[in-house]
Design a binder for this molecule. Structure first.
Ligand code: PLP
Length: 381
């Protein structure tokens, strides 16, 4: 059996490998604390669930417009205007079944064979696989702990070639939980390349304020979705906002490859944007408590956190004093301490030596997980 190169070359999402090994251990009756997953532990807001039931009762179980329901696209425009003061029109939006398809369509619309896309290192682990799948080339720009993992403009410029089509930003970031400063965003906006701004963690910001790249540049593709902020991962709903000339070609790709986003989830998305404000505030508050607790405890345990993360639900902690091999370390912690953590190498070679801890888990579980790691570290000495 010959498996196609495209499928053979994809690299595993290690966070999922950790989770799957954890599930094997759980099957053997072992209690595991999950700090590896990038998924909200909260229940989906009640108003969202009700909107789904109502949509089902009305029989809204059919294909929708390939760009997405107009009402949802209008609500997204309103959201971008109220939150960032930017004016976009519904015909710039393509609603997709999650942010991941929005990412696929965006890269597909920008990259020709061997075109380059710049991403930070560390970065969301799936970006290079999307780029490679589309025969593009990933160019990484290392970002460093002492800079709060912010891009340095000069470092981006030094990697730009004739082939560079896009620069990807992700603020707040997975895996670092840090935000890009307004100043860095403004200077990236001045570069002639397209900017792909993955804004999926917007709203999950505990200090300072996040900016949309649309505030600074129209040469921008926005990727966003409902998975994280509204605890709707399984409902698979996201969208992209594109410069107008790109919308029709992207729409045609969506029509052919994906047809439309899930109809019921689109109604859920409208409810989320219009009604879930109080739920979001409650979740933000709880995440923030957990964030402070986790940062404090990890520092007590000797992990390095130079710049406190202020967004998403991750802490990217320096564990180089324990091991240079984060993959081995993460699996050792799983096997011996029964705590799931994600190795930094999952996010690029510059993430080696780090561990990503997710605080999308209850404070009791975080406390227990970190206590177990404390005992594990004591035994290692
Ligand atoms: C930075 C980033 N972008 C996109 C996604 C994909 O999200 P979705 O569930 O909307 O496909 C994730 C999920 O972890 C993410 O962390």
């Amino acid at each position: 059996m010959m498996i196609a190169k495209r499928a053979r070359e994809a690299t595993p999402f290690i966070a999922m490998d950790v989770l799957e090994r954890a599930q094997v251990l759980e099957h053997q009756g072992i209690d595991i604390i999950h700090l590896e997953v990038g998924e909200p532990d909260f229940d989906t807001p009640q108003c969202v669930k009700e909107a789904i039931c109502q949509a089902l009762d009305r029989g809204e179980t059919h294909y929708t417009h390939s760009l997405g329901k107009l009402e949802l696209r209008e609500v997204i425009c309103k959201h971008y205007f109220e939150k960032y003061g930017v004016k976009i029109s519904p015909d710039q939006i393509v609603v997709t079944s999650g942010t991941s398809p929005a990412m696929l369509l965006t890269f597909a619309a920008i990259l020709n064979r061997n075109d380059e896309a710049i991403i930070s290192d560390p970065h969301y682990s799936c970006y290079p696989n999307f780029i490679r799948f589309l025969d593009g080339v990933t160019v990484t720009v290392p970002v460093y702990e002492e800079d709060g993992f912010q891009y340095r403009l000069e470092a981006i410029k030094s990697k730009i070639t004739r082939k560079t089509k896009a620069i990807v930003i992700n603020s707040p970031s997975n895996p670092t939980g840090n935000l890009l400063s307004e100043q860095v965003m403004r200077s990236i906006a001045e570069l002639p390349q397209y900017i792909i701004s993955d804004e999926i963690y917007h709203g999950l910001v505990y200090e300072g304020k996040e900016h949309s790249m649309l505030e600074f540049s129209e040469n921008t593709f926005i990727l966003n979705g409902f998975s994280k902020l509204y605890a709707m991962t399984g409902l698979r709903l996201g969208y992209l906002i594109a410069p107008k000339p790109f919308v029709r070609p992207i729409q045609i790709l969506q029509q052919n490859l994906l047809i439309s986003a899930n109809s019921v989830s689109q109604m859920a998305g409208i409810a989320a944007l219009e009604q879930a404000g109080p739920d979001v505030t409650r979740m933000q508050h709880i995440y923030n408590e957990r964030r402070k607790f986790m940062v404090k405890r990890l520092r007590e345990l000797g992990f390095g956190i130079t710049v406190e993360p202020t967004g998403a639900f991750y802490v990217f902690a320096n564990a180089k004093h324990l091991s240079k091999d984060s993959y081995k370390l993460a699996f050792d912690i799983l096997e011996k301490a029964h705590v799931g953590v994600t190795p930094g190498i999952d996010f690029g070679s510059n993430g080696e030596g780090y561990l990503r801890f997710s605080y999308a888990n209850s404070i009791d579980n975080i406390r227990e997980g970190l206590n177990r790691i404390e005992s594990y570290l004591r035994k290692r000495r």
